[in-house]
Design a protein around this ligand. Structure first.
Ligand SMILES: Nc1ncnc2c1ncn2[C@@H]1O[C@H](COP(=O)(O)OP(=O)(O)OP(=O)(O)O)[C@@H](O)[C@H]1O
Length: 256
């Protein structure tokens, strides 16, 4: 089932056609005494080919927002759009297919399958969908990540930085509408972390990829085009061209 994405007011500079959006999104966990409002009427849109960081204190709703936008979690109220789909209107089966075909994921723990080679891990989402990789795209992704001579290695034979690059190649291989990255540099040293962030920026700039990244790290957020700050399930700041200073100042205001 598809639906037209409504026009939403866009804060920040240079709006592009949105590829993901939440409209009056509410997510409640539990009931009665255990009831938690994790997202409290969130409205936001993400332009195609943009790189957004989601920040905020622990428990502010960052992961919940990412999971709802990615179709990993069902919403309580409101609407969520991804590509041509209104996720809340899809059956579980349709949602699984959209997630598999239209979304890429990169996690802090690289989540590679240990018994598969790098090559097999990269093409796994296509295998699961019964699709063959486009050889040109495969070669481009592998070359741009410098993985050409590592394709027959298993994850245990790769460094942390190389494993995370395999995870990014796996996320890129389906040409997804959005890549969701959850603390992608969390398990890397600062040199590998910076290299990874530079690569994510290049994916946005050169491939027009859309990336939404949850992070606690102001330095990581400063690599994005935009930083959203969440607090108590609401978006309280929306910073265009974030710097370490502007992000830290926004977080400091939360304590004031
Ligand atoms: N499955 C769940 N069941 C019940 N409550 C949940 C569940 N998942 C999240 N919550 C609650 O929802 C709120 C938002 O959680 P969320 O994980 O989205 O925050 P976060 O900003 O990602 O936090 P962190 O930075 O610590 O990862 C929190 O109060 C959390 O305890």
């Amino acid at each position: 089932m598809t639906a037209t994405m409504p026009a939403l007011p866009t804060p920040g500079p240079a709006p592009t056609r949105p590829v993901a959006a939440a409209l009056d999104l509410v997510k409640v966990y539990g009931s009665d005494k255990t009831r938690v409002v994790a997202l409290d009427h969130v409205t936001v849109e993400f332009g195609r080919g943009t790189f957004t960081a989601i920040m905020g204190p622990s428990g502010s709703g960052k992961s919940t927002l990412m999971h709802c936008l990615a179709g990993l979690d069902r919403i309580t109220a409101g609407r969520v759009f991804l590509g041509d789909h209104e996720l809340n209107a899809l059956s579980d089966k349709e949602l699984t297919r959209v997630r598999r075909d239209r979304v890429g994921f990169v996690f802090q723990a690289f989540n590679l399958l240990p018994t598969l080679t790098a090559r097999q891990n990269i093409v796994l989402p296509l295998d699961l969908a019964g699709r063959k990789p486009d050889p040109t795209h495969f070669d481009q992704v592998v070359a741009s990540l410098g993985l050409g001579d590592r394709l027959d290695h298993r994850p245990s034979e790769l460094s942390g930085g190389q494993q995370q690059r395999v995870a990014i190649a796996r996320a890129l291989i389906t040409k997804p509408d959005v890549i969701f990255a959850d603390e992608p540099t969390g398990a890397l040293d600062s040199k590998n972390g910076l290299a990874l962030l530079a690569y994510l920026q290049a994916c946005v700039r050169d491939l027009g990829q859309t990336i939404i990244m949850v992070t606690h790290d102001a330095k990581a957020a400063a690599h994005a085009d935009r930083a959203l700050v969440l607090f108590d399930g609401r978006i309280v700041d929306d910073i265009g061209r974030p710097s370490v200073e502007s992000v830290n100042a926004a977080l400091a205001r939360l304590d004031a």
